[in-house]
Design a protein around this ligand. Structure first.
Ligand SMILES: NC(=O)c1ccc[n+]([C@@H]2O[C@H](COP(=O)([O-])OP(=O)(O)OC[C@H]3O[C@@H](n4cnc5c(N)ncnc54)[C@H](O)[C@@H]3O)[C@@H](O)[C@H]2O)c1
Length: 342
């Protein structure tokens, strides 16, 4: 198998490459413009795996450059398409950037698949397309909500584009709807390293713990949840990575060109923000500096996944619990501190 991972320098892409190198004999290439990562990720991948991955520094929203790049890699079996911008707030401020990057990027990938006869595609989607859901947990038949941000819109539109293209193009397409990917590789040598102020809870917690952020806020403590704070479904990034291998294997073997396959990837457990903070304090022995704050506009009260379909059809069984998610994130943050001070 020969596989291209777009966005291989990023958080989920790098963990997926490591998983591929560890568990398969696939030949893997990355395409990443480093708009939200650094080339150093590939040094880290090499340090952990002993293998050097070729990354093509190409913007997937540039069709000519993308096609010329993929043409250099003959007989590709599948593409795992992670490359996208993902900051919700930034997408509200710069919608054109998000539509151009995420939608044009996807169109170009599909066009290249068509022209270069690449029949398998795995697309990174997101639970943000479900919005505020009355009946929890959400499964794949839950109707999609009106999207709350241009970022979420690019995922919902992306899925709609895939469904249309699937009907006209002989391809096997899978969209994986991630809940909240967190945690870091077991080595502690690679993890999420936001270039800008982090949006996600785990890096906010670990950055507050090392003093990179003075203090953190819990946005909303009057929600209709166990302790009043928002509830999310956190899932270890290595479990998410593994699902891509299973999905691509299934895609290749299935050769089902009739419809796009959609799968939720979540742990199935709802965890509140305050529970996450308590878990961090427990595993680290530290006290976090946080304050209880007002609700934030656009935040969903509670969401967690029913991932039975991925378990049944892909054989995907998440292995890491909340404490492992938190302790691996913490190990990674401490590694970054060590490197900073070296
Ligand atoms: N991390 C999450 O919480 C989450 C949740 C749901 C869905 N997703 C989706 O998963 C995918 C991967 O997310 P991530 O957390 O690894 O993000 P990330 O920002 O760490 O990685 C994305 C990578 O893609 C690259 N990239 C972006 N646009 C590009 C372009 N036009 N050309 C080439 N490279 C480009 C970036 O440089 C980066 O290395 C994204 O599509 C994201 O929307 C992420």
């Amino acid at each position: 198998m020969k596989v291209i991972v777009t966005g291989g320098g990023g958080y989920i892409g790098s963990h997926t490459i490591l998983n591929i190198l560890k568990e398969t004999t696939w030949e893997v290439y990355s395409i990443d413009s480093h708009i939200n990562s650094t080339p150093e990720t590939f040094d880290r991948i090499e340090k952990i795996s002993g293998k050097r991955i070729t990354n093509y520094n190409v913007d997937v929203s540039d069709f000519k450059a993308l096609k010329s790049c993929i043409s250099q890699i003959p007989n590709v079996n599948g593409i795992i398409h992670f490359a996208a911008l993902k900051a919700v707030g930034e997408s509200v401020e710069q919608p054109l950037l998000y539509y151009r990057n995420n939608i044009q990027g996807l169109l170009n990938i599909l066009e290249c698949c068509k022209d270069l006869k690449i029949n398998n595609l795995i697309f990174s989607s997101s639970c943000s397309i479900y919005g505020n859901v009355a009946n929890l947990p959400v499964d794949e038949s839950t109707p999609l909500a009106k999207t709350e941000s241009p970022y979420a819109a690019t995922k919902a539109m992306g899925e709609a584009i895939l469904s249309d293209v699937q009907k006209s193009q002989k391809m096997s397409i899978t969209a994986l709807r991630y809940f909240n990917p967190v945690g870091a590789h077991e080595s502690g040598l690679i993890g999420e390293n936001p270039i800008n102020k982090p949006n996600n809870l785990f890096p906010v917690i670990t950055q507050t713990a090392v003093g990179k952020m003075d203090k953190m806020s819990v946005f909303g403590v009057d929600y209709n949840t166990r302790d009043g704070s928002c509830v999310r479904d956190y899932i270890h990034v290595s479990d998410i990575a593994k699902a891509h291998i299973l999905a691509l294997e299934k895609s290749v073997e299935r050769k089902n060109f009739n419809n796009v396959q959609f799968y939720n990837l979540g742990s199935g457990n709802g965890v509140s923000v305050l529970e996450a903070l308590n878990t961090f304090e427990k595993i680290s022995g530290l006290s976090l500096n946080y304050e209880l704050d007002e609700r934030r506009v656009g935040d969903v009260e509670a969401i967690y996944s029913n991932s039975a379909k991925a378990k049944k059809e892909l054989g995907w069984i998440p292995k890491h619990d909340l404490e492992e998610m938190m302790s691996s994130s913490w190990k990674w943050q401490q590694q970054l501190e060590k490197e900073k001070n070296a």
